[in-house]
Ligand binder design. Structure first.
Ligand code: DI6
Ligand code: FE
Length: 403
């Protein structure tokens, strides 16, 4: 990968996702790049020295945005769940399949049979699909091992993906994803004997950037999630939570109580949960891919989040079961079409707010001093991108100044 030289992009329409203007739009704009950072951004007519003497690159009026951020994925996993896709088409429910030992546990059985190398190789095409759509930062979870070794194996594969491709990878430990078969009648013992020791080990090996959990009737109770989050707190790790996806267990409020970076899914989140998230600065990460795939009918309370000033992010939730989708552009369209976000909210959800959902404050906005993570699109206005599904309008992408 080559580092890009210091240069000024000119004759660009820039959606900074910053400031009071819709999309933070700057027409006939310029952005100066150097040392992997944005050095200046503004109207081309106001370009100050020394940037006005730097080599320039004419973008011919194309759109520049922050590089996209996919803040919730399960990209690393073994096997596929196409058979369950057929079963659901024939009337089985996601929860029923999970209760019968399928669902997440089917992928666990497949993943435990893999190595770091094989998990890395099978995830690479999924990562490349995101990169092809302008993604410059991606979050990747464990959660299909749920044993002492495989949780770390998954996270090592995730770290390897970030070293081979020009993209930032953040990892989340998701040992509390589902109750493994041999602990089916004693989930507390799974938390104590497997999940927490696996977290301790993965953290000690530098594999964990955040800790996640699945708080749901088919997964873990609020009390069990609390124990995982208390261990995360002991390690100084931030938390996030799959919350209120299929029922209201107060997951959003629980997450907010731990100052979570984000609470995700949220179809069943109530007003108390939204209030708590607003007070704690927890981001609402909406996952329309899972809502679409599982043909859910309960919409997340978008107006509650809006009215309480809760930042909204959107993400693929790319996983083999509930959201087998590796297109963040499609997710942006679904967030508008299914959840009624505006195109600007969808774009904020895949840039600025997605960065906040990962605890990142150096990207997601085109602003001086931020990372030179940028995407260039062959469209006239940013609203065009969430307004359609295909063709992919990306024409260039730089990550930390490099390609
Ligand atoms: N919620 C989801 O939608 C995914 N995990 C979770 O906690 C489902 C993952 C899968 O079905 O494999
Ligand atoms: Fe998920």
């Amino acid at each position: 990968m080559t580092e890009s030289p210091a240069e000024v992009w000119t004759n660009a329409c820039i959606a900074t996702m910053d400031g009071p203007e819709p999309f933070g739009l700057i027409t006939d704009g310029a952005v100066a790049l150097g040392n992997d950072r944005i050095q200046w951004v503004g109207k081309r007519s106001e370009l100050p020295p020394p940037f006005d003497r730097w080599p320039d690159k004419d973008l011919h009026g194309r759109l520049v945005t922050p590089g996209l951020i996919d803040c919730h994925t399960h990209l690393v996993h073994g096997g596929n769940r196409a058979r369950e896709f057929e079963m659901r088409l024939m009337g089985s429910s996601y929860a029923q399949i999970a209760r019968e030992g399928g669902g997440i546990m089917a992928t666990v059985r497949a993943t435990r049979a893999e190595t770091v190398e094989s998990l890395f190789r099978s995830a690479l095409p999924r990562l490349d699909a995101l990169i092809a759509e302008g993604v410059t930062t991606v979050e990747i979870k464990s959660g299909y091992g749920m044993d002492f070794e495989t949780e770390s194996t998954m996270l090592r594969a995730a770290r390897a993906l970030g070293s081979l491709r020009k993209i930032s990878v953040l990892t989340s430990f998701l040992g509390a994803h589902a109750v493994p078969e041999d602990f089916r009648h004693d989930p507390d013992r799974y938390i104590d004997e497997v999940c927490l020791p696996a977290l301790d080990r993965a953290h000690a090996d530098g594999l964990v950037d955040a800790v996640d959990g699945f708080c749901e009737t088919i997964a873990f109770s609020p009390d069990q999630i609390k124990r995982v989050f208390e261990r995360a707190r002991q390690h100084g790790l931030p938390v996030k939570l799959h919350a209120d996806q299929l029922s209201d267990l107060g997951g959003a409020k629980l997450a907010a109580g731990f100052g979570a970076l984000s609470a995700d899914h949220l179809e069943y989140t109530n007003a108390a949960g939204a209030r708590a998230m607003a007070e704690s600065g927890t981001v609402a990460t909406l996952l329309p891919g899972a809502y679409y795939t599982l043909r859910e009918t309960r919409l997340p309370p978008v107006d509650l989040f809006r009215n309480h000033g809760v930042p909204i992010a959107v993400a693929t939730d790319a996983n083999p079961g509930s959201s087998p989708i590796t297109s963040l552009l499609t997710i942006m369209n679904m967030a508008c079409t299914l959840f009624r976000l505006t195109p600007e909210e969808a774009f904020l959800g895949a840039t600025r707010n997605a960065a906040l959902a990962l605890g990142l404050h150096d990207r997601g906005i085109v602003r001086e001093g931020y990372r030179a993570d940028l995407a260039v699109w062959d469209v006239d206005h940013p609203r065009e991108i969430p307004s359609r599904i295909g063709p992919n309008p990306l024409v260039d992408r730089i990550c930390g100044g490099g390609t």
